[in-house]
Design a binder for this molecule. Structure first.
Ligand code: ADP
Ligand code: MG
Length: 292
C-alpha cells in the first residue's frame, strides 16, 4: 500500500505545479546524483526566432530565407517553425519542394525546380562533401553567442546562412545553482553543435555538456552515466527525449512539451520552470524522511 505521506506529498506537489505520474519517482527524486538537461525547450525557452540572414554569391538575403523556408515547410522541427514564421512575416512566397527529406540531427534536403538544395548544419554539408570555408568564421561567431546557424547550399556550394536564436529561460541559471548546491551533478545534452552548446551551457552555469548527440543517442548518454554508478534524472520536452526520459531513474517532462515526452516521464513540470526540479527533490527528501 502507498504510505499516506506519499499521497500527501503527491497532492502538495500538484499544488505547486509538479505532477507526479508515478509514486516511486517521488521517493527516488531526492536521491538523484546526476541530472541531464536537454538544451532546446528545457534550458532555453524553446521558442527559437530568426536572428540573422547572410547571403553569398548569386542570391540575396530574401532569396536565402525564401529557399530555406521552402525546404523547411515539410519539417516539424522547432527550427523550421522559426524560419517559416520569419518568411511569412516578410511575405515571402514558398517554392514547391519535391523529394523532401528530413535528416535527423542534420537538416533538410529537397529539389526546387531542377536543382538539389540542402539546408542544415556542418554535418549535413560534410555528408554531401560541400566546402563551408566561405562562412566558417561567421558560423563560429554566431554559435559563439549561443545562436544556431544553418547553411543553405545548392549545386554543391553554400549560398547563405540563416541563424536562429533561442535564449535561456530567465530562471535556468538559478535552478542550476540550486541543484549544484544540493550536490547534484548537472549535464546538458543537445543535438546542436559544440560551440552553441558551450555558449548556452555557460550562460546557464553548466560546466558539463554533450553536443551533437543524435536523437537516438540521448538514451545511451543516460545509460552510460548509470553504468558509472550515477542515479540519473533526465529533463526534456521533445519526441527526441522520450527514450532518454524512459531510461532515466526519474524522467521529468516540461508541461509545454510534446505528448510523447509527457507519456514517457515520471514527473511533469506544469509551468516549465527548471526551479521546480530542486523543489521536487526537496519534497522527495522530506517525504522519504517521514516514511522512515
Ligand atoms: P536538439 O537536441 O537541440 O533539439 P536536433 O537533434 O533536433 O537538436 O538537431 C540538431 C541540429 O541539427 C540542429 O541544431 C540543426 O543544426 C540541425 N537540424 C535538425 N533539424 C533541422 C531542420 N529541420 N532544419 C535545419 N537544421 C536542422
Ligand atoms: Mg528539446
Amino acid at each position: 500500500a502507498t504510505p499516506i505521506s506519499v499521497m500527501v506529498a503527491v497532492g502538495r506537489a500538484a499544488q505547486i505545479g509538479i505532477l507526479i505520474r508515478k509514486g516511486e519517482a517521488l521517493q527516488t527524486a531526492g536521491k538523484l546524483t546526476c541530472l541531464i538537461l536537454d538544451k532546446t525547450g528545457t534550458v532555453t525557452a524553446g521558442k527559437p526566432a530568426l536572428a540573422e540572414v547572410l547571403a553569398f554569391g548569386d542570391y540575396n538575403g530574401s532569396q536565402v530565407l525564401q529557399f530555406a523556408a521552402s525546404l523547411e515547410s515539410g519539417s516539424e522541427h522547432p527550427l523550421a517553425a522559426a524560419i517559416l514564421a520569419a518568411a511569412e512575416q516578410r511575405g515571402l512566397a514558398l517554392e514547391k519542394v519535391r523529394r523532401f527529406q528530413a535528416v535527423a540531427g542534420h537538416g533538410v534536403t529537397g529539389r526546387i525546380g531542377d536543382r538539389q538544395w540542402l539546408f542544415g548544419n556542418a554535418a549535413l554539408m560534410a555528408e554531401h562533401g560541400i566546402d563551408t570555408g566561405v562562412c566558417r568564421d561567421k558560423l563560429a561567431e554566431l554559435a559563439g553567442i549561443g545562436q544556431t546557424p544553418m547553411m543553405l547550399a545548392v549545386d554543391q556550394a553554400v549560398v547563405g546562412v540563416v541563424s536562429v536564436a533561442d535564449p535561456i529561460k530567465p530562471d535556468s541559471a538559478q535552478a542550476v545553482r540550486e541543484l549544484k548546491r544540493r550536490g547534484v551533478r548537472v549535464l546538458m545534452v543537445t543535438g546542436d553543435n559544440e560551440i552553441t552548446a558551450k555558449a548556452i551551457a555557460a550562460q546557464a552555469g553548466i560546466t558539463e555538456f554533450r553536443a551533437q548527440v543524435l536523437p537516438q543517442d540521448k538514451a545511451e548518454t543516460v545509460k552510460t552515466l548509470q553504468q558509472q554508478g550515477e542515479l540519473v534524472g533526465m529533463v526534456g520536452d521533445g519526441i527526441n527525449d522520450a527514450p532518454a526520459l524512459a531510461q532515466a531513474n526519474v524522467g521529468f517532462a516540461m508541461g509545454a512539451g510534446t505528448d510523447v515526452a509527457i507519456e514517457s516521464a515520471d514527473i511533469v513540470l506544469l509551468q516549465g520552470s527548471l526551479l521546480k526540479i530542486p523543489e521536487a527533490i526537496a519534497l522527495s527528501q522530506l517525504t522519504v524522511a517521514n516514511i522512515q
